[in-house]
Design a protein around this ligand. Structure first.
Ligand code: NDP
Length: 433
């Protein structure tokens, strides 16, 4: 804390990992002697830069860009770029740190990084977004590369932003390489990348339930967010026989007790991803309730899926979920549940799937996009969906291997230890570097 003052989210992410990893390190002193956990909490390097761009009125606007290259022990740095006014070093460091364990769990050769800017895409014209992305990439291009660091999307960075940045990289470097993932299919993108994080989260829940001889079939599901992760999580839950009754955005949430089916999701994809409008339009179109400024955790459910942003479930939300009968929660977003809320949910024996395991499907398909780019070929939807399902099963299996705590399956502990071990062993093998 002394070395990283004020970095609240970063402290939270490290605390959560340290709690389960320190007892494991005590049982395996080789990691302690080499200071592996301390080394893992210090990024390899952090690059911070100024981004000056011109708005449509001809004014110069200044934002801050950043890339935290956290750890490349098991592969090139890999992790998303986030464009949101709340972005600061603490948030990017927590995300980069989490990414170390998540990427390790996928079993693919990917290190960890995260980056982004405090640029707000909301309310900007396409031309403004393009100019911002081009200037951002002009600096970032010095620090990334297909074998060095391969960024992807995150909040505020979707297909449009990735395309502008990839175009600029290609122009600057005069080469066509898989330097970004989440690209459009026409220029090296992978099928099902868009769907992968949300689908993977639903699959992870199915795996946790299967482990207890249960399933998603017939369960009422509460989902937050209405972005990339939330919409495709809802789509897969429907396909698995669940009933999704809520979605949200930063203005509030909608409750549709009839279920948000395929047709309603198609409307939402247009509304949120193409027209970029507010979720209240859904309530108007389908005559259901809209709760302004609220999160959906007060709605009774069997299963909960926080898929919007960090710290969106606090202790009192957790208590309401449990008292309403919620039995399991799978994190689509990164660190959406506070430490106090996780502790409470685990005390109540609720099945809890942490983001670094449950939302790893997106980066897994990004890893497969890198493989396809290297091979210069594209796999089919069936092939990729099978691989995604297998990867999520594998992640679940690794969590179970290390997660048993006196009869309660502690997925937080399992994910942290399994993710740690692979990276730690690689770092040990390299010696003091
Ligand atoms: P999007 O930008 O597509 O969607 C984010 C959604 O969350 C939007 O509905 C947005 O509302 C809402 N939201 C964002 N910030 C807040 C806030 N402070 N309060 C309330 N609602 C908010 O992002 P993604 O779906 O890609 O990402 C969502 C989460 O999943 C993030 O935590 C991200 O790090 C994580 N994640 C994403 C992956 C991916 O593949 N995309 C991979 C792994 C994790 P509004 O529309 O009003 O802005």
């Amino acid at each position: 804390r002394k070395r990283n003052p004020g970095e609240r989210e970063f402290h939270q992410a490290v605390y959560e990992v340290a709690k389960s990893v320190i007892p494991f390190i005590k049982e395996n002193p080789k990691y302690q002697q080499a200071g592996i956990l301390q080394r893992m909490t210090e990024p390899d390097r952090t690059i911070i830069f100024r981004v000056v761009w011109e708005d449509d009125q001809g004014n110069y606007r200044i934002n801050r860009g950043c890339r935290v290259q956290f750890n490349n022990a098991i592969g090139p740095y890999k992790g998303g770029l986030r464009f949101h006014p709340s972005v600061n070093l603490s948030i990017l460091k927590f995300l980069g740190f989490e990414q170390t364990f998540k990427n390790s769990l996928t079993t693919l050769p990917m290190g960890a990084g995260k980056g982004g800017s405090d640029f707000n895409v909301k309310g900007k014209s396409d031309a403004e977004v393009m100019r911002f992305c081009q200037v951002f990439m002009t600096e970032l291009s010095h620090h990334i590369g297909a074998n060095t660091d391969v960024p992807a999307g995150d909040i505020g960075v979707g297909a449009r932003e990735i395309s502008y940045m990839f175009g600029q990289y290609k122009r600057l470097k005069r080469e066509f390489t898989g330097v970004l993932t989440g690209k459009a299919l026409e220029f090296g993108g992978s099928l099902i990348r868009t769907e992968a994080t949300g689908y993977g989260n639903a699959y992870f829940m199915e795996e946790m339930l299967k482990h207890q001889d249960k399933s998603v079939e017939g369960k009422t599901c509460v989902v937050s967010g209405s972005g990339n992760v939330a919409l495709y999580c809802a789509e897969k839950l429907n396909q698995l026989g669940g009933k999704v009754v809520t979605l949200s955005d930063s203005s509030g949430f909608i409750h549709d007790p009839d279920g948000i089916d395929e047709e309603k999701l198609a409307f939402l994809k247009q509304l949120k991803m193409v027209r970029r409008e507010r979720i209240i339009e859904y309530a108007k179109k389908f005559s259901c309730e809209f709760y302004k400024g609220k999160r959906p955790w007060s709605i009774p459910c069997d299963l909960a899926f926080p898929c919007a942003t960090q710290n969106e479930i606090n202790l009192s939300d957790a208590k309401v979920l449990v008292s309403n009968g919620c039995k399991a929660l799978s994190e689509g977003a990164n660190m959406p549940t506070t430490i106090e809320a996780i502790q409470y949910l685990q005390q109540q024996k609720l099945l809890f799937g942490p983001g670094k395991a449950a939302n790893a499907g997106g980066v897994a398909i990004s890893g497969l996009e890198m493989s396809q780019n290297s091979l210069r070929l594209s796999w089919t939807v069936d092939e990729l969906e099978k691989r995604l399902q297998n990867i999520m099963k594998n992640i679940h299996r690794q969590c179970v291997e290390f997660g048993d705590s006196d009869g309660y399956m502690n997925y937080v502990k399992g994910a942290n230890i399994a993710g740690f071990k692979k990276v730690a062993d690689a770092m040990l093998a390299y010696g003091v570097i």
